[in-house]
Design a protein around this ligand. Structure first.
Ligand SMILES: Nc1ncnc2c1ncn2[C@@H]1O[C@H](COP(=O)(O)OP(=O)(O)OP(=O)(O)O)[C@@H](O)[C@H]1O
Length: 829
């Protein structure tokens, strides 16, 4: 391991800081076969600031108290010295106005905030906490730009705000805006992931000194998949991008909102790209939905640490009917100190001369604390092993408090590493070692909300938390206590496989901007350290930004999202990055196959509307709708299986062949000869019928109790959503019991036919050489070893997904008959 003593800030800043604080220099730098396809005719028709300061005080003490004191000392000085650094003519204009005596609509934000907690003082704990946090807020780099941000939105419709990670964007911007005169409705703040939406909501509620969620006093709430905690009086609502898109089904004009803040736009999920397209139509008044706002203004703030500001600005300018900027004025100030090759920060360009007064851009420079970065001197072949080593090294050498956040690729890798750490603990942390305890916590998308939020609880005394996370912990979150980040440099990325016609998850190198986001998680409460499990040359070779999801995944969900929200001509929907025509046509074809679109005109069908209301992929949505058809009559069991596919694996991996014969036998009893779909169903039904001790039952059957709890949660939500979508009646739901019934052969077949309806391309047939070949693309595929059908030779198989390791595997596999294809596709819909 070579310690390079580098921290994540740009070279120019480094230079400035080094000049300013020589004592710091050690720490800082950074661094189907065709005959079954319907309506192919349609396919044919389709052809057509503060210059400053970055680190305010390296000696800032660990405790909040000491932190506040140190910051207070600095605050007087730095506030005086900090001048907003504008990269934008509009903001510069508004600044002039302020300088000329015109006031920001509410007066200086600091004062109003101070007044707010003075008023709230009535000795309540929320007010006390608010008061403490105000000091922390005032020391954030974004604080000094509050008035400018408010003014920018007073005069413009759109603000594009770039700010370094930790500068305070996500937590502060909604608080700067909610008291503005124009802000009579709510502010929506979107996040790419639910873990961030929930934790930010909690933090902002604390900072505003109000309860969170449904209480009448609560000013802040959140809405994420399977958890709606929004109260009538909430002024600020954090929600995932997907949930805001979902809200647009019933309220395409977003009339309840005065402002939408789109955070972490650089992640460029499909949802964020769609959202930007819809928001552009609303803010510029060019979409049909905009009329429903009846003149009520909507402000849009687009935020990111590394956003391509100019591209975003051009995108919105075009919406306002302005030509794209051609001649960019060079950056006004500080260009000399900016090293363009340095990816640690993407400085926005100065807006073009053609800017209209409708769009502002702003850059907030500076972050809270420095992060020292170390690299491996040699590449590692096994990042889990390297992480294990680093975790124990940190634990042995580094003082407390100092929790560790490790970035890994997926739930399976995390579970294995958790096990390895827990196995090692007794050897390392002996009574004589004097070492604190270790608490390992997993964090990945398939975990339940409660499990995800567990990472935010403080560790028990004398205990170091080690959080093993996927990239869901990469942006927007502050995990209190974390001082160390270990970055594997890898992530699972969704990628469309042309030949298969399917998305699959592949482990790939992350981008530089992801590496910087990961690194930033270490310096949010105090100085920290980031250990990259790759070499510095490897880092330099990373792509600057990840390829936007819209260019690498199946677009059927995206196209259905547009269609369900009234977009008829999806080809001309405004998108920041345009996917290929071929990819759009493929998505339209799949939706036609799923009967989600009318073959006559390509508009959304009634069935498509039902699918769009479910928080599932179109394939799983179609499966559910097929199961609700009285002829199939298998909605509830299908929901159980879909719930499993939308949670983490329920089956505990059996490693030692000889171990625990009894449990293996119990687990084998859950297996169904038809395959994995019905095996999952039998496991869920057996668990649900267990009325005494489910945890014990799970242990006895080698089932993950934690995953099963999550499955039950998702099942409950899906049942409720099916009722709302009128796929099942309240009475039918109430009559559903969890008594263990055997699934008859014909029900079993119906269940599989429903999945076939949703997954027409996920079929492979046995060919004479004994292998399986996909019916679409004719690719060789093997049954995954985890399947109950592993090594079986069957006429044809249906699978839920592909996995790539050393070969192509079909995972979650069931046996089907080829003649079902004709039957399923001939059935009227
Ligand atoms: N839950 C929390 N607990 C403790 N401190 C917090 C919490 N949330 C935010 N903070 C403090 O507020 C600072 C700003 O956080 P915020 O999420 O607003 O920054 P950001 O600029 O949006 O960063 P990023 O781009 O990384 O999401 C953090 O660096 C941290 O000091």
């Amino acid at each position: 391991m070579s310690a390079t003593n580098e921290a994540g800030v740009p070279h120019g800043q480094k230079r400035k800081r080094e000049e300013k604080d020589v004592s710091n220099k050690k720490k800082v730098q950074s661094d189907k076969p065709p005959q079954i396809y319907k309506n192919l005719q349609l396919a044919e028709s389709l052809k057509d600031a503060p210059k400053k300061p970055v680190y305010k005080n390296l000696q800032i003490a660990e405790s909040l108290k000491a932190q506040s004191k140190a910051k207070n000392q600095l605050l007087g000085k730095s506030q005086k010295a900090e001048k907003p650094k504008f990269k934008n003519l509009q903001i510069a204009e508004s600044q002039k106005t302020v300088a000329n005596g015109a006031q920001d609509d509410e007066g200086p934000n600091v004062e109003s905030q101070k007044q707010e907690y003075r008023d709230n003082r009535p000795q309540n704990p929320l007010a006390a906490r608010q008061k403490n946090l105000l000091e922390v807020r005032q020391s954030l780099p974004i604080w000094s730009q509050a008035a400018n941000i408010r003014n920018a939105l007073l005069e413009n419709h759109v603000l594009i705000l770039a700010g370094e990670t930790g500068s305070g964007k996500s937590t502060q911007v909604p608080q700067f805006l909610h008291t503005s005169a124009w802000c009579t409705g709510r502010i929506a703040v979107t996040q790419p992931r639910r873990v961030a939406a929930v934790s930010l909501a909690r933090r902002v509620a604390e900072e505003m000194g109000t309860p969170l969620g449904k209480s009448p006093q609560a000013l802040v709430g959140y809405n994420v998949r399977f958890d709606d905690n929004v109260g009538k009086n909430n002024k600020v609502k954090f929600l995932t991008e997907g949930m805001l898109l979902q809200e647009m089904l019933r309220d395409p004009a977003l009339v309840e909102y005065s402002c939408v803040v789109v955070d972490e736009v650089h992640e460029r999920s499909v949802n964020v790209d769609l959202l930007l397209g819809f928001l552009r139509g609303l803010v510029t008044g060019t979409s049909e939905a905009a009329k429903k706002r009846k003149g009520k203004p909507l402000k849009v703030v687009v935020m990111s640490a590394t956003a391509d500001t100019e591209k975003l600005k051009d995108f919105f300018s075009e919406g306002f009917g302005e030509p794209r900027a051609e001649d960019n004025i060079p950056a006004v100030n500080d260009t000399t100190s900016l090293n363009k090759d340095d990816a640690s920060v993407e400085k926005p360009q100065v807006p073009s001369a053609s800017s209209s007064g409708k769009i502002s851009t702003c850059f907030v420079e500076g972050r809270m604390y420095p992060v020292q970065t170390e690299y491996l001197s040699e590449p590692t072949r096994d990042f889990s092993e390297a992480a294990l080593l680093q975790i124990f090294q940190i634990h042995r050498k580094e003082p407390m408090p100092g929790d560790v956040l490790v970035f890994l690729t997926g739930g399976d890798v995390i579970t294995n590493l958790q096990q390895a750490i827990e196995d090692m603990i007794p050897n390392v942390i002996t009574r004589d070692s004097g070492l604190p305890k270790l608490l390992v916590l997993p964090l990945y998308a398939a975990l339940s909300q409660a499990q995800q939020q567990a990472i935010f609880s403080p560790a028990p005394p004398n205990t170091r938390k080690v959080i093993l996370a996927t990239n869901i912990a990469e942006t927007s979150i502050t995990v209190p206590g974390v001082r160390f980040v270990i970055d594997s440099g890898k992530a699972k990325i969704k990628q469309f496989r042309n030949r298969l016609g399917l998305d699959s998850l592949l482990v790939k190198d992350i981008s530089k901007s992801s590496a910087i986001q990961r690194q930033g998680r270490a310096g949010r409460e105090a100085a920290g350290k980031c250990i990259r499990l790759y070499t510095k040359p490897n880092f330099e070779a990373l792509e600057k930004d990840a390829v936007p999801e819209i260019l690498r995944c199946d677009l059927s969900s995206a196209v259905l999202t547009m269609k369900a929200r009234g977009v008829q001509d999806v080809m001309s929907f405004p998108l920041l990055t345009r996917p290929s025509r071929e990819a759009m046509e493929r998505a339209l074809l799949l939706l036609l196959q799923l009967d989600a679109l009318n073959p006559e005109d390509g508009n959304i069908s009634d069935l498509g509307r039902k699918i769009a209301r479910l928080p599932l992929t179109p394939a799983h949505g179609r499966t559910i709708v097929a199961a609700a058809d009285p002829e199939m009559g298998c909605l509830l069991p299908v929901i159980d299986i879909v719930a499993c596919f939308n949670s983490e694996n329920i089956f505990v991996e059996i490693k030692d062949q000889d171990a625990n014969d009894e449990a293996r036998e119990a687990r084998n009893k859950l297996s169904r000869r038809q395959g994995d779909h019905l095996t999952l169903l039998s496991a869920v039904q057996a668990y649900a019928s267990e009325r005494t001790d489910r945890k014990q039952w799970a242990k006895q059957h080698l089932i993950s109790h934690r995953s099963m709890q999550n499955v039950m949660d998702v099942r409950k939500q899906l049942r409720a959503q099916c009722q709302q979508a009128k796929l099942i009646t309240k009475e039918e739901l109430a009559a559903a019991d969890d008594d263990l019934d055997t699934v008859s052969e014909s029900t079993g077949n119906n269940i599989l036919k429903c999945f076939l309806r949703g997954f027409p391309a996920n079929v492979a047939r046995l060919v004479p050489d004994g292998s399986y070949r996909t019916i679409q693309g004719h690719m060789a595929v093997a049954i995954h070893p985890s399947s109950v059908l592993y090594s079986r030779k069957l006429e044809a198989i249906l699978y839920n997904e592909f996995v790539y390791t050393n070969r192509t595997y079909a995972r979650s596999v069931s046996a089907i008959q080829m003649n079902w294809l004709e039957e399923v596709y001939a059935a009227p819909t």
